[in-house]
Design a protein around this ligand. Structure first.
Ligand code: RB5
Length: 160
């Protein structure tokens, strides 16, 4: 089990006010942060950030990703579109721990409108210091098999 050293981090507009505090906390814990601030045309839409962080994770330029939007839901939906990503929305420390231990999540998605800054920091800490339990590997393999089998096959008839 490798120690997590480098993180990709991004928020949408809902977490701009708490972003610096969280980054400071992560740096104090000695994590190296690749932060994505796109800010093109003051556009803070969560899919743009989820996409950037998800790519950093699958390309292994970072060890894990942290995404924050209002609820965490939009970020997780978008990030999970990228093959290889397991993005988990969490709202308490126990769930954040289990997202690592049972689901092998490589991105943690949190809600700036759901949790306080201190709760968010505690969830990040426990997520990053918990490790996947190998006994759950066969279930993750089933997810990978679904990805392999289904990617690009369906969904073309879905309209917004
Ligand atoms: C933006 O208002 C909000 O929809 C977004 O931050 C997020 O909560 C979506 O899931």
């Amino acid at each position: 089990m490798n120690k997590i050293k480098k993180l990709a981090f991004a928020t949408d507009h809902t977490a701009v006010g708490i972003r610096d505090e969280i980054i400071k906390y992560l740096k104090e814990m000695d994590y190296e942060i690749e932060e994505f601030i796109l800010c093109k045309n003051k556009n803070y839409d969560y899919p743009d950030y989820a996409y950037k962080v998800a790519y950093a994770v699958v390309n292994r330029t970072v060890d894990k990703g942290i995404l924050i939007c209002g609820t965490g839901i939009g970020m997780s939906i978008a990030a999970n579109k990228i093959r290889g990503i397991i993005a988990a929305v969490c709202w308490n420390e126990n769930i954040a721990k289990l997202a690592s231990q049972h689901n092998n999540a490589n991105i943690l998605c949190l809600g700036s409108r759901i949790n306080s800054v201190s709760e968010i920091c505690c969830m990040i800490k426990i997520f990053l210091s918990s490790f996947f339990e190998k006994r759950h590997t066969f279930r993750i393999k089933k997810i990978r098999d679904i990805e392999k089998q289904e990617y690009g096959k369906i969904g073309n008839n879905i309209v917004v």
